[in-house]
Design a protein around this ligand. Structure first.
Ligand SMILES: [Zn+2]
Length: 236
């Protein structure tokens, strides 16, 4: 009998919970979404299987793979977006969880190929600038290893802004990706991103000539939650 695969206890359960939470937060329609998490010490990630209905999803629908995409546990095929997740994990050791959805509001900005402008303090607490778009892929990048190249383009936009600050990006014509120290933080950010995207849309509709939030307020809000001077919350 093969020896059992070793990874952090609770990894698959955390990833299952994050996937199910996407439904609770109204971020997925049908099966269009996926959450993953990693055990860095074991070098293994857990991700949702491809095309599984959320209402019957169980622990057996969470597949465990190496960072090179080799399946080590689970009978099912992993999400088709797995190569994008793997590229993000390989590129940034800070990333412990990744989420991709086609949530309506964030995806609408992605489809319009517009960055989400920074218009209020909810956004400033999240990221101190417009939520960026990754670049377009070339025809060749789409034809060969499309999902991997989506990850490569996301890596480029993260490098531009810094992994410490940037929590999310939009893939043009497609939808949002968020990441975090674990699947749960990636989930929190997916929920926040959707709220910001919704509010930004309504704000622009109410006032088409709206200007970005004043930078002095942006800085104040972002730095009270992030970085060495942070004082928001309980300092955990
Ligand atoms: Zn997608």
């Amino acid at each position: 009998m093969p020896s059992p695969v070793r990874y952090r206890e609770g990894l698959r359960e955390e990833v299952l919970a994050a996937n199910l939470a996407l439904v609770r937060h109204n971020l997925v329609t049908l099966t269009w979404g996926n959450a993953s998490g990693i055990d860095r010490e074991a070098g293994l990630i857990a991700i949702k299987a491809s095309g599984v209905a959320y209402d019957t999803m169980g622990i057996d629908d969470i597949v465990v793979l190496t960072l090179n995409g080799e399946i080590v546990e689970g009978e099912r095929r992993p999400s088709t977006d797995t190569p994008t997740h793997l590229e993000l994990y390989r590129s940034f050791s800070e990333i412990g969880g990744v989420i991709h959805t086609h949530s309506t509001w964030a995806t609408s900005w992605a489809q319009a190929e517009r960055e989400i402008p920074i218009l209020g303090t909810t956004h400033a607490d999240f990221f101190p600038g417009p939520v960026p778009l990754s670049r377009h892929l070339t025809a060749e990048e789409v034809a060969n290893a499309y999902e991997l190249n989506t990850g490569v383009a996301l890596k480029e936009v993260i490098d531009e802004h810094g992994i410490e600050d940037l929590p999310a990006a939009l893939v043009p014509g497609h939808g949002p990706f968020t990441w975090g120290k674990d699947a749960n933080q990636a989930l929190e950010r997916a929920v926040t991103l959707e709220a910001i995207a919704h509010m930004a849309f309504l704000s622009v509709a109410l006032r088409p000539d709206i200007q970005p939030l004043a930078s002095v307020i942006v800085d104040r809000h972002f730095t009270r939650k992030h970085g060495p001077g942070a004082y928001y919350g309980q300092g955990d």
